[in-house]
Design a protein around this ligand. Structure first.
Ligand code: MG
Length: 456
């Protein structure tokens, strides 16, 4: 991936080749041009060593267009989003490549609410960047640069305001936290300390030198699982480098799967308050079972965090998120938030008196299979249409074509969609057992292969 990726939600590239200081400065100018002189933008970064360079270049671009820049320093993505809204800024910028390895960095642009830009604004920004005609101002009208170091305290305050701090603290939970030397390193142990936890913190230096591959998936979390066992901890938490995603390890040191973070948070929230929840089309149907039991509705939005956030606003949802470990609590800020996830899971354990493995066992489990494969541009539509035909006569079948195609059957689903950022196609399926899920994936894959073969 040595090509600069400019998708709806983010600009991402390899530092020094596709993502240079010039590219970053031009994106700063483009965002400044789009907003206009006199506006104010927050800027934040994760711990990557390339962060100061990219941050400085974007800031220079913004300032040169007369836009004021408030530097939040190294903070989490949800923290930066929260401050953008709290400070009444006209937009925000986060320098992060999220779960991608260290050679990468990225730029995420935020609306005043803290949520990622809408698709319309993202396209507009890209057009301004590509055209390269920027509204530069003269030396007397440049933007003003300032700093604000209060993100962590405001973030902790917002979370403690919606959970039972005393109830959680009374349990004195022993937890292991893996912050992958990322943006969660400082604020997360502070929050867990407020919640009365005894914290064993691994990969706790905010160096951006990742101790393992940064995506919080099973094969990258062996150290966390071992440390939970060693300390006989109640739970293990893994964050990604910008601390928006959270993955859990149970008290036996068992990785329980990223889909469970949102499922458990939903079970907790709906046990206390009733309301709609939103998620994307490829999140586990565990959330449907949990919501149905609580008498609540699930809204399914197209893939992409901003789409889920938008669906939450449109439907007045009380919780939302993604199956990749992203819990969105709109009362804190409408972006995925690993810290909210931790506080909710701890309170769920505290209130029920149950261990994490016991809470997991209460949720009906499914087997989910995901696959991706190279696919030439422009075939997705044909694949979706043929898949729809092939499944049309299945009993109880329902289709959702908001993003690719999702096929819902009585006790299983499959989804096929083209990636927004890479020339690949993804198929996911979930069923009560692995064999059925695999068979569903194979069936859709066969259709996709046939379409691709015809084109070649
Ligand atoms: Mg992330």
């Amino acid at each position: 991936m040595d090509q600069l990726i400019v998708s709806v939600s983010v600009v991402r590239g390899t530092v020094g080749t596709s993502l240079t200081s010039r590219v970053a400065c031009d994106f700063g100018c483009a965002f400044g041009t789009m907003l206009g002189a006199g506006k104010t933008v927050t800027i934040a970064r994760d711990t990557r060593p390339s962060g100061p360079m990219v941050r400085s270049a974007i800031s220079a671009g913004l300032l040169s267009c007369g836009v004021n820049v408030i530097d939040l320093g190294v903070v989490t993505t949800p923290g930066a989003a929260l401050m953008t809204a709290k400070l009444g800024a006209d937009g925000g910028v986060i320098v992060t490549a999220s779960h991608n390895p260290q050679p990468y960095n990225g730029i995420k642009f935020l609306q005043p609410s803290g949520t990622a830009l809408t698709a319309t604004d993202a396209i507009r920004l890209k057009q301004i960047y590509e055209k390269g005609e920027f509204a530069l101002v003269d030396g007397s009208s440049l933007g003003v640069a300032s700093e604000n170091k209060k993100t962590h305290s405001h973030h902790i305050e917002a979370i403690c305001g919606i959970v039972d701090v005393i109830g959680i603290a009374s349990k004195r939970f022993k937890v292991v936290l893996d912050s992958i030397n990322g943006a969660g390193c400082v604020v997360t142990p502070e929050l867990l300390g407020m919640l009365g936890c005894e914290v064993a913190h691994i990969n706790a230096e905010a160096t951006g030198v990742f101790a393992h591959q940064p995506e919080p998936i099973e094969q990258n979390l062996t150290q966390l699982c071992e440390t939970v066992r060693k300390h006989k901890a109640a739970i293990g938490f893994a964050q990604d480098p910008d601390a928006d995603r959270l993955v859990l390890v149970d008290e036996n040191g068992r990785f329980i799967g990223e889909e469970y973070t949102l499922a458990l948070a939903t079970a907790f929230v709906l046990s206390r308050r009733k309301g709609k929840v939103a998620t994307n089309l490829v999140t586990s149907r565990m959330i449907d079972d949990i919501a149905a039991e609580a008498g609540c509705e699930v809204v399914r939005a197209p893939t992409g965090e901003a789409n889920v956030a938008q669906a939450m606003v449109e439907n007045g949802c009380i919780l939302g998120g993604e199956g990749n470990g992203g819990v969105i609590e709109p009362r804190v800020v409408a972006v995925r938030n690993s810290l909210v996830g931790m506080a909710y899971i701890l309170q769920y354990m505290a209130e029920t008196g149950k261990s994490l493995s016991e809470l997991v066992a209460e949720i009906p489990s499914y087997a989910m299979i995901k696959t991706k494969f190279p696919c030439p541009a422009g075939v997705a539509e044909e694949v979706c249409s043929r898949t729809k035909q092939a499944f049309a006569d299945r009993p109880g079948v329902k289709f959702n074509d908001a993003d690719g195609l999702r096929i819902d059957l009585d006790d299983a689903w499959a989804c096929v969609r083209a990636s927004n950022t890479e020339p690949i196609m993804r198929i996911a399926a979930e069923a009560p057992d692995e064999q059925t899920a695999n068979a569903l994936v194979a069936e859709v894959r066969k259709i996709a292969d046939a379409v691709i073969a015809q084109i070649k």
